[in-house]
Design a protein around this ligand. Structure first.
Ligand code: NAG
Ligand code: NAG
Length: 337
């Protein structure tokens, strides 16, 4: 527990967090008395070196392709926000699994999870859940990219149901108020939200998610006035007006880190200079709290790193299955027969 508190507490030291939320929030960030544990597989002696195996495999993926961090981050959000952190996003079975939902188009990282699961099944058959693998692997990939090494509690079980109809992930052009409400319904406050959106410091998005900002913002026939002219010009080149059936290119969410896939705080400075690619990111300036947090992270990389650790930890506790509520899948793509 000592290690966990040492991560939960520094958020209070964040000036913005303590102004807005104070101690009550730090208390809320503690494990909601689930059965999750620090080093579950070691302390229960079910797979002593599980975390080392995961770290080793993630390093191999990272060495050959740095985009693994962005892929795993997106995967873990897509999993936790929809029906909780139960690895339902990994399932291939069922008439229409979550991964088939339009919001999950372009999700990647499944192959990495399969490989890690394969290694763990050969070392400790039937012991390590896919839900835990997803969280541990993401943590290790974030750390390799320059992010914090946050604590991941373990002992999650895997869910048995995955249905695209339950996928309600917000669109990238949703209003600030709606996205706040969406995060609140997942026990995440303004600080968590502003922090987790910072994962857009890496990764890519399809042009179709930003063409409204480039050509016809809110049906005005004009571009989004909150986008800088320089960014507008460069994005219009990458994302020309397109008709149905034409290709939908990918652009970097943060052209500054681009293909480096580095975990940096440049995302927040870009928002301040009106250079966010996604509308949802640029809108952080529209809320008093979210603006203040953005300003703080733009000059305080350590604050951002600490808050990221705290926010990933908080997100990873959302609606987890423990004990007999779920199973440990043998193959992350299929429930056990
Ligand atoms: C912009 O969007 C509005 C509303 O969807 C639409 O009526 C209008 O034709 C569009 N304008 C252009 C130039 O595409
Ligand atoms: C933001 O701050 C301004 C100026 O202090 C105030 O007028 C406004 O009501 C605040 N908005 C919100 C949503 O709190």
């Amino acid at each position: 527990m000592g290690r966990i508190m040492s991560v939960a507490l520094p958020l209070v030291a964040l000036s913005v967090a303590s102004i807005c939320y104070g101690m009550a929030d730090a208390a809320a960030a503690k494990p909601p008395s689930t059965y999750l544990k620090w080093h579950y597989y070691k302390t229960t002696n079910t797979c002593h070196d599980a975390e080392e195996y995961v770290r080793h495999e993630v390093k191999l993926f990272w060495d050959s392709d740095k985009s693994i961090t962005a892929k795993l981050l997106r995967l873990v959000y897509s999993d936790c926000f929809v029906t909780g952190c139960d690895a339902s996003i990994l399932l291939d079975e069922g008439p229409n699994p979550e991964k088939n939902a339009p919001q999950n188009r372009g999700l990647e990282g499944f192959v990495a999870i399969d490989k890690i699961k394969y290694v763990l099944e050969s070392r400790c058959p039937g012991k390590v859940s896919c839900a835990d693998i997803l969280h541990l692997a993401t943590r290790d990939a974030v750390h390799l990219a320059g992010g914090p090494a946050y604590p991941v509690l373990t002992g999650r079980k895997d869910g048995k149901i995955s249905d695209a109809a339950s996928v309600d992930l917000p669109s990238p052009s949703i209003s600030l108020q709606s996205v706040l409400e969406y995060f609140k319904s997942r026990n995440l406050n303004e600080v968590h939200m502003t922090t987790l959106l910072g994962a857009h410091t890496m990764g890519r998005t399809h042009c179709s998610y930003i063409v409204d900002r480039l050509y016809n913002y809110s049906g005005s026939g004009k571009p989004d006035p909150s986008m800088s002219a320089t960014l507008l010009e460069s994005l219009r080149k990458l994302c020309p007006p397109r008709k149905k059936g034409q290709p939908d290119p990918l652009v970097y969410l943060n052209p500054e880190s681009g293909s480096n896939y580095k975990f940096t705080d440049s995302y927040y400075r870009r928002i301040l200079s009106h250079e966010a690619v996604l509308g949802v990111d640029q809108q952080l300036l529209n809320g008093n709290d979210t603006k203040q947090i953005t300003e703080e992270f733009a000059v305080g990389f350590e604050d951002f790193r600490r808050s990221f650790a705290e926010s990933m930890y908080q997100m990873g506790n959302f609606k987890v299955l423990t004990g007999n509520q779920g199973e440990i899948r043998k193959n992350c793509r299929y429930t056990n027969k």
